[in-house]
Design a protein around this ligand. Sequence first.
Ligand SMILES: [Zn+2]
Length: 61
Amino acid sequence: MANKMPDALAKRQFLNVYICMKCNGRVRASVDKIKKGKIKCRKCQSKQLRLKAKERRGQKA
Ligand SMILES: [Zn+2]
């Protein structure tokens, strides 16, 4: 019971995490900044980022 993660919390955690499409680096930023194109990957400077949340589709535990 203690290990159960509330869905809302999980969503919030994933919502602000993006994955670089080039180097798979993680970038944490608000949706707002992403939409404005202010966020770049720290490693490769790529602006091609995707939501980490999408990763969960294929791998349901
Ligand atoms: Zn990158």
